[in-house]
Design a protein around this ligand. Structure first.
Ligand SMILES: [Zn+2]
Length: 290
């Protein structure tokens, strides 16, 4: 038996993932069938998956899971009966491993919450196992939720990714010494959105702008979007967007950031991705001014 409060400690080890946890909180009232968590480290991805599982099952969620009740505790100790965990850390996840799912899915969960299937290291699914899983996802039965975890989405079958609601955990800052540089770029973006000037002369120096840097810049924008969505205007970007964009643009921004990350995954030239992102946002911010 796991001590009460241990779940809370696990989640407190996720200080950098506030943005993703916030999105999960927002989605809990109408949960997507499949959530794919990429980025971060393997343990962080697993902790976020357990957080989502707790969110779907905790009776005291308001808006996050309480992390103290017996349901939350069992979820974090891996003893919750409606939670199925496929590891993948010891080699490929085979079709036999996922085949049993169909039978289980047809039955009602033991509790009155959600049955959660977590596939950690989803990149270890063999293609036949991935296809079997896909079949289950395409014919969703009520109160079943899937969570796929992988370092990057492009390590999975595209069909699995297109079925999923993808959330990108903050990439590890280890080895990345350029946080001040990220801040400088965010200020340039703000300037550009306001005046239409002062960006391209910097992105034109292509050697200065690599994919890692652009990922971090997008990460800052995503965090600001979350702040904007929950009305916590505590950073300059969310304040600025709040001055010129209404809530109908939240979805556009979210999609834009996801597509930009995807473009980086597909090896699109990082300065181009940054220019494209900047121009899109500029247009939205200035629609009413023209
Ligand atoms: Zn709870």
């Amino acid at each position: 038996m796991v001590a009460v409060g241990e779940a809370k400690e696990e989640v407190m080890q996720l200080p950098d993932q506030e943005r993703v946890l916030g999105f999960l909180d927002c989605f809990a009232s109408d949960p997507p069938n499949v959530v794919l968590l990429e980025g971060g480290g393997p343990e962080e991805r697993e902790q976020c998956a357990l957080y989502w599982s707790a969110l779907l099952n905790c009776k005291s969620a308001s808006p996050g899971p309480c992390l103290e009740c017996s349901t939350c505790t069992r979820i974090f100790s891996g003893t919750f009966r409606d939670q199925y965990f496929f590891s993948g850390s010891e080699g490929p996840i085979k079709i036999e491993d996922v085949r049993g799912i169909r039978n289980v899915m047809g039955q009602k969960p033991d509790s009155d919450g959600f049955r959660v299937f977590i596939v950690s290291q989803a990149q270890e699914l063999t293609s036949s196992a991935a296809n079997a899983l896909l079949k289950s996802m395409e014919e969703p039965l009520p109160n079943n939720a899937f969570v796929l975890l992988a370092p990057e989405r492009n390590k999975l079958l595209p069909t699995l990714v297109s079925r999923s609601w993808v959330l990108t955990l903050k990439w590890s800052d280890a080895g990345f010494a350029g946080l001040e540089e990220v801040q400088a770029w965010v200020e340039r973006l703000l300037d550009f959105w306001d005046t239409g000037k002062g960006l391209f002369e910097h992105t034109a120096k292509k050697s200065d702008v690599d994919a890692d840097l652009v990922r971090h810049i997008i990460g800052v924008c995503q965090k600001s979007l979350l702040h904007l969505m929950i009305g916590r205007l505590e950073d300059p970007v969310s304040k600025y967007w709040n001055s010129c964009l209404d809530s109908t643009y939240f979805g556009n921004l979210d999609n834009l950031f996801k597509k930009s990350l995807q473009a980086l995954d597909y090896q699109v030239n990082p300065p181009l991705v940054l220019d494209w992102l900047a121009i899109q946002v500029y247009q939205w911010c200035n629609l009413d001014r023209s």
